[in-house]
Unconditional design. Structure first.
Length: 276
């Protein structure tokens, strides 16, 4: 039930096993629950005959599958990106990022819409960080655990922020683009940064929903030999505006993509796994 919808429960001491839990769990806010009759906590009972053994079986299965998945991922490099919707304050989002193992498992990590001013920075233990800051509603930061073969590059204007990393096996470019970005300026930057004979990844919030209309950016990247890998909506609004592009030279590597929602952003974490 959506918050604000009233849930009326007719309470009885003769409720079937587990029925109380089923009814109460439909609400998302305690203030939306209205109980008719005499409430007694003794009526809230677990189905120990069927539900509990099944829950234990599923938990055991989950642990097994999680172990297998972790063993598989240990053989892969992980590159992730999230529109974090501001890490300007130490209160809130920064704490969320610092405690999020999903993000901190990444070998290379990009954070979009950082909101940082030009003189601000945000560091993560074990990472080398680089920033393209433009203040409120803009900016991108890149972090790498991998050794860089040259100094990272950063560029920005009013509607475009970019950071580029070069490692021995591939290059990674993180972007955050605002609506109405200067296409000529951005495409010239990427023409300079993308080297034809080097495997390259481009990730970011492009702010062009490729589920509803043709994307100028996707068309440009296709002309440069890149393929867009994300196929499902990446935001709570149902839009696919966070993209992962790889060029043809990445075909020699085993790659996979993953999307994961996080509670502190209305965007999914988008992740690319690459065989080591």
């Amino acid at each position: 039930m959506k918050p604000g919808c009233n849930l009326v429960i007719h309470w009885s001491d003769k409720l079937p096993v587990a029925m109380a839990m089923v009814m109460l769990s439909r609400a998302t806010r305690i203030e939306d629950v209205h109980i008719v009759g005499n409430f007694t906590s003794d009526s809230i009972k677990c189905d120990t005959t069927h539900a509990l053994p099944e829950a234990e079986r599923l938990l055991e299965l989950f642990d097994k599958l999680e172990k297998e998945e972790n063993e598989k991922k240990e053989k892969l490099l992980k590159i992730s990106y999230l529109n974090v919707r501001s890490i300007k304050s130490w209160i809130g989002k920064r704490e969320d990022v610092l405690k999020d193992d999903l993000l901190l498992e990444a070998d290379i990590l990009g954070l979009g819409e950082t909101w940082l001013e030009e003189d601000q920075a945000f560091y993560l233990d074990g990472y080398e960080g680089h920033f393209s800051n433009r203040g409120k509603g803009k900016g991108v930061a890149g972090f790498s655990k991998l050794k860089l073969i040259s100094e990272a590059e950063a560029a920005s204007n009013k509607r475009c922020s970019a950071v580029s990393f070069k490692t021995k096996d591939f290059n990674t470019i993180f972007l955050y683009l605002s609506d109405g970005y200067d296409k000529n300026c951005l495409f010239q930057l990427l023409d300079d940064w993308i080297i034809d004979d080097i495997p390259t990844i481009v990730m970011g919030d492009i702010n062009e929903d490729i589920l509803v209309k043709e994307s100028t950016f996707e068309t440009y990247m296709a002309m440069k030999g890149f393929c867009q890998l994300i196929k499902q909506p990446t935001s709570d609004k149902g839009s696919l505006i966070d993209h992962i592009y790889v060029n043809n030279l990445m075909n020699s590597k085993k790659i996979d993509v993953e999307q994961t929602p996080v509670y502190y952003s209305d965007h999914d974490v988008i992740t690319l796994y690459i065989s080591k």
